[in-house]
Design a protein around this ligand. Structure first.
Ligand SMILES: [Mg+2]
Length: 202
């Protein structure tokens, strides 16, 4: 992306968290195993455990909201275990603090759409000193259909009363790109922004 003007007309810029703004250090395979074991004990069959979201979706399908909240608690506790080891992705921290240098209007709002729990998001943003830059955070607990389902992006769109073309989403995974496509909202890999910042500050 050579043209920094691609962000000029955006009213809200949405970021994924892990791998996009910071790097978290939770042991995801162990967490998956804990959740998988609990699911089998509760329901007697194995959830389609291709991802944590896949398993949570099965609990949603069973209409077991109380157990869903229990799963959120387990995930939150696990994510917070190593939260102090969170590291910033420096170029993106720079972008967030100096967005006007990249053709972004001062009034443009920033939001987060993440599969991490709200406490993890809030704490990791605090640890890298950017908690005050975001107007809206949509975490694991806030939706019932997770990325690549567009629910979270649509929620952000409705919250700010936006047209789809007034938003853009950045993430680090193909799953994020799929989410943007499913919501029909502009979406880019975060590398696009990292390269833009590198060119600007070097
Ligand atoms: Mg990510």
């Amino acid at each position: 992306m050579d043209d920094i003007n691609f962000l000029k007309n955006k009213k809200v810029i949405v970021f994924d968290l892990d791998g996009t703004i910071v790097n978290l250090t939770a042991d995801w395979p162990t967490l998956k195993n804990i959740l998988k074991k609990r699911y089998i004990e509760l329901y007697g069959d194995s959830c389609e455990f291709w991802s944590i979201s896949g398993c949570l979706s099965e609990i949603v399908n069973k209409n077991d909201e109380q157990e869903l909240l229990n799963f959120f608690d387990i995930i939150r506790t696990y994510e917070m275990k190593h939260i102090q080891d969170t590291t910033p992705i420096e170029e993106i921290i720079y972008f967030i603090k100096h967005k006007e240098q990249f053709g972004v209007k001062g009034e443009t709002k920033l939001a987060i759409l993440s599969l991490n729990t709200r406490r993890t998001i809030k704490k990791s943003l605090e640890l890298v000193g950017i908690e005050d830059f975001f107007d809206l955070v949509i975490g694991r607990e806030d939706v019932r259909s997770w990325k690549p389902n567009p629910e979270g992006l649509i929620m952000i769109k409705n919250h700010f009363n936006l047209q789809k073309q007034e938003m853009v989403f950045f993430g680090d995974l193909e799953n994020d790109i799929e989410t943007g496509k499913n919501a029909e909202i502009d979406v880019y890999f975060i590398d696009v922004l990292i390269d833009l910042v590198k060119r600007k500050i070097n």
